[in-house]
Design a protein around this ligand. Structure first.
Ligand code: FRU
Length: 497
């Protein structure tokens, strides 16, 4: 019998994934068993485990016809790879199974809702992608595509909606038992819009309303919507293509932000009050979130974005990784993001904690080094009448390479810079963000996991994420000050097994 497209992918990954040495992968960040990964998909709690699916092209370390990769975890940090869940094997999804959601059905089955893409030939002989929503039903390991797919097509779009950009369904169940789907679409002005659909059985859907419209204000097309409540607010998370920078905001081209406001279930409309960027580093896009069984809102994004994807230079046979899972909380109408508390269990027993005054020098502290690290640094001005000019931490460092995070209190600017991280690609390697402070006081928590760093600023007020292609032997950490800085550091190695 001929092998199916899914069987071929499963065989390929089983044969090739095991050849990739464990040491060449991050410890806590989900990465593809083999090949390419982008967006998280179907992030869920099902059958006693966390499930993460992802945009996946097993056959190369470049984007290609999208499959859904699959992994499970008990603590959100150590992931076990499962066989690929979906492959582009039907006429309606032969060009790819794009991003979507997973939801548990009343009969205990898991429903995957995804975007099927196929190519349509135009009169001039060129082709365009046609996008529509499809479902597959399974048991946490194997999934069968629904015989009546697709469940939503371009015919269901409101007037002016483009058929080549209709994707990324996020499905949730209302208190009244109705299933709701929000999906993104491009309107006739090139701008993104979020559309709402509803269904009684998650199989038969109809259009309800426009939840939000971009009007070309925040980028052009929007991707990967997420909608949830926190405290007394509702939050609509979106990732936008082609954003224009405003001050120190939205520098990534492809960036992720939260609209914070209120969602009216009756009208299906979102009223925005404030907007907040979710990452000020280089690499974060298309996140999904879940409510954990113990009631935490946890979000994971793709730790990359379409403008920082350059041809891979590391010869690893895997490309792409997820961000650390972040616990979201809301304080005074602002979202705070911190690493999931599960990471505390992986801190080694003996931290190095020290207080130092550093003045116009670069110092190294014995025992503070490594590439799998959880380190918190508090700094403030040693002399209030003469606030320091600059403080920096350099890490993943050897004689040739380093990545740094630096703060200039007189400008209130924090900067991440991986120019010297060993990248041979001429892409942007630096980002800045504005951090308000008193007397140069700032708290930086760095989580380094071999090939990435995530910096949580002032207990999660901001995050800056960046992948690094630096060789693992570059494991020094130094602290640099111009002016006089009072510094308190607490450094843990994280267990690598
Ligand atoms: C976002 C995205 C989605 C799409 C997927 C394709 O990164 O462009 O909109 O579903 O990636 O891989």
């Amino acid at each position: 019998m001929n092998e199916t497209v899914l069987e071929k992918a499963r065989r390929y990954e089983a044969e090739n994934g095991k050849k990739i040495p464990k040491e060449s992968r991050p410890v806590f960040h989900l990465n593809p068993y083999v090949g390419w990964m982008n967006d998280p998909n179907g992030f869920s709690w099902y059958d006693g485990k966390y499930h993460m699916f992802y945009q996946y092209h097993p056959y190369s370390s470049q984007w290609g016809p999208m499959h859904w990769g699959h992994a499970v975890s008990e603590d959100l940090l150590h992931w076990h790879h499962c066989p690929a869940a979906l492959a582009p094997d039907q006429p309606y999804d032969e060009a790819g199974c794009f991003s979507g959601t997973a939801i548990t059905m009343p009969d205990g089955k898991q429903l995957l809702v995804y975007t099927g893409v196929h190519k349509e030939e135009k009169e001039d002989g060129t082709t365009i992608d046609i996008q529509k929503q499809c479902v597959a039903i399974g048991d946490g390991l194997n999934y069968e595509k629904y015989e009546n797919n697709p469940v939503l097509t371009v015919a269901d779009l409101p007037k002016g909606g483009r058929k080549e950009d209709f994707r990324d369904p996020k499905v949730f169940r209302g208190k009244n038992g109705t299933y709701y789907m929000i999906a993104v679409n491009r309107d006739e002005t090139e701008g993104g819009q979020v559309l709402l659909f509803q269904s009684q059985d998650a199989l038969h859907w109809n259009y309800v309303s426009k939840v939000a419209e971009n009007h070309n204000r925040l980028g052009l097309m929007w991707e990967c919507p997420d909608l949830f409540s926190m405290e007394d607010k509702d939050v609509l998370v979106l990732s936008a293509q082609e954003m224009l920078p405003e001050g120190l905001e939205f520098h990534n081209g492809f960036g992720t932000f939260a609209l914070i406001g209120s969602y009216n279930e009756k009208t299906g409309q979102f009223k925005e009050e404030t907007i907040q960027s979710l990452d000020y580093g280089l690499d974060f896009y298309a996140p999904q979130s879940i409510l954990t069984p113990d009631g935490r809102r946890v979000m994971i994004g793709w730790m990359q974005n379409w403008d920082t994807v350059a041809p891979p230079q590391m010869n690893t046979r895997w490309a792409g990784q997820m961000s650390l899972p972040r616990e979201l909380t809301m304080k005074n109408g602002k979202i705070y993001q911190n690493p999931v508390r599960e990471i505390l269990a992986y801190r080694c027993e003996s931290p190095v904690c020290e207080e130092r005054i550093i003045c116009d020098e670069e110092i190294e502290i014995q025992g503070i080094n490594g590439r799998v690290v959880d380190m918190t640094v508090d700094v403030e001005a040693e002399n209030l009448s003469d606030i320091y000019h600059r403080f920096a931490i350099q890490f993943a460092k050897n004689d040739r390479f380093y990545t740094s995070i630096s703060f200039r209190p007189t400008e209130s600017v924090l900067r991440i810079d991986r120019k010297f991280s060993g990248s041979r690609r001429g892409i942007i390697h630096q980002r800045r963000s504005r951090v308000e402070h008193e007397n140069g006081k700032i708290r930086l928590r760095l989580i380094i996991d071999r090939y990435s760093v995530e910096i949580f600023v002032n207990d999660g007020e901001q995050v800056l994420s960046a992948v690094m292609q630096t060789e693992l032997s570059a494991d020094r950490i130094t602290f640099v000050a111009s002016g006089a800085v009072k510094m308190k550091v607490c450094h843990y190695h994280l267990k690598e097994e």
